[in-house]
Structure formats: structure tokens, C-alpha cells
Design a protein around this ligand. Sequence first.
Ligand code: AP5
Length: 237
Amino acid sequence: MLDGPSWPIKSDTVERGSVVVLDIILLGPPGAGKGTQAQRLVENRGMVQLSTGDMLRAAVKAGTPVGLKAKAVMEAGELVSDAIVSALIGEHLDGSQGKGAIFDGFPRTQHQAEALELLLGDRGRHVSHVIELDVDEEALVERITGRFTCATCGAPYHDRLKQPKVQDTCDQCGEHEFKRRPDDNEQTVRTRMAEYRAKTAPILPFYEERGLVSRVDGMASVEQVAAQIDAILDKRT
Ligand code: AP5
């Protein structure tokens, strides 16, 4: 291998040139830490985060036809249609070619899992890891209902766990406006969790049959969860 990456190659990864490409799914209920861990993998490994939640929120903000359809569904905590989210992933997938993708919040149904197989297969790629964040749902309600972000740079904060160092001032960009997601209230969070149990958790066997699933303790600290994920991705098989 030429000037390859610092992490070892797993047998079910795709190697193109000197680059090892991992396409991984982060699976877990709302607030499990998928977005937090995806961001870290983007920073540390140069992978591309593909979050259907972020794509849908951008569509809602821009008032696109997709956004208009998705808005009420998201605010109710229910799932947007498989056709819409699969199309969004299809539109964004090529941007991760050669870098690897972190699928954050996708797939969420069996139909979406099958769509992802086709979308990746068409590009000579396949899912290399499915990492399930194992969490206590009651603790997650507090995690989610307390979170807010800087309206300017998106830096994450929490009412109890992480307040800005100077009141009402973002630590990262110094701006003073903050926002909360409209679906981060307790009632909607409980619907989102029920949707996860009913429609998303049942897709795990689809990946378990192929030996792709690893579980990490999602209730550990952000750093400890990150270390568990690194150990999985760096394992040589
Ligand atoms: P989406 O945006 O995907 O939301 P979600 O799955 O509900 O996940 P969250 O973003 O709330 O949580 P997360 O797991 O990313 O946790 P985070 O890192 O933010 O989806 C929203 C909606 O869009 C859905 O309800 C649906 O309507 C629609 N949608 C999206 N994708 C769809 C699809 N594929 N099909 C159909 N509909 C779709 O962390 C949460 C908080 O905890 C943060 O404050 C963070 O700082 C903190 N935290 C993280 N890790 C830790 C830790 N280890 N210890 C302590 N605190 C932590």
C-alpha cells in the first residue's frame, strides 16, 4: 500500500487506490448521539456525514416542495416517506465517493435499507459497519429536551449539561442568538422513540445476518463512545 491511512483495513471495506473507504451506518433512537459521533468522524477521518434529518430541516427552511411535505410530519415526530428520504440520499451520495459516508438517521425502515443497498451497489460500494448506539430512552428525553444550538454557527449546548461559558454568548462565534428544534419537546420525542422501536429497530436483523452490526454503550461520555467506535472501525478482521 502507498501512503495509506493510519487505521488498519477491515476485510469488508472497499480500498480504492491508497484510500480505505468505509460506508457506515449509525443507528440509535433520537438523542442517542448519532450526529455528535458523525461530526467527530468527519473531523478525524475526512468522511462525509449524510444526515437525512439535516437534509430535511434544510428543505423545510428553504421552503422547497420536499420541505413543505416534510414539515408537519417532522413536527409530529413521525417518519417522512421512504421515497423522499431515499431520493435525498441518492442526491447526496456522490459527494462521499472516495471518502466514505456516515449514514446518520438513515436507513430508518426496511424499505430504506433496501434502497441504500441499491444506491451503494450502483456505485461499487457497500455498507461496511452498522454501529448501534445502545441507550436508556428515559435519559434521552432529558438530553433532547434540554438541547439548543447557536443560530449562527450551530455549536451545540444543553440547559443542564453544557451552557455557554458567558451567558447568552456562543463560545465558538460570539453571537447571541440560539435556537431549539421544533420537534425537541417531550411529546414529540416520545413519538420519535416509538417510531424508532416500531420501524427502525426491526431492520437490525437485515444487517446482523451479514455480521455487520456492532453495539456500543451510548450512555458513556462522548469521548468514551468515540473510543468504542474507533476500536470497531480500526479492528482488522
Ligand atoms: P433526525 O434529525 O435524524 O433526528 P433523530 O434521529 O431524532 O436524532 P437526533 O438528531 O435528535 O439525535 P442524535 O442521535 O443525532 O443525537 P445528537 O448527537 O444530536 O430526524 C428528525 C426527523 O426527521 C425525524 O423524526 C423524521 O421525521 C425525519 N427523518 C429524518 N430521517 C428520516 C428517515 N431516514 N426516514 C424518515 N424520516 C426521517 O445528541 C443529542 C444530544 O445529546 C445533544 O445535546 C448532544 O450534545 C448530547 N449528547 C450526545 N452524545 C452524548 C453523550 N455520550 N453523553 C451526553 N450527552 C450527549
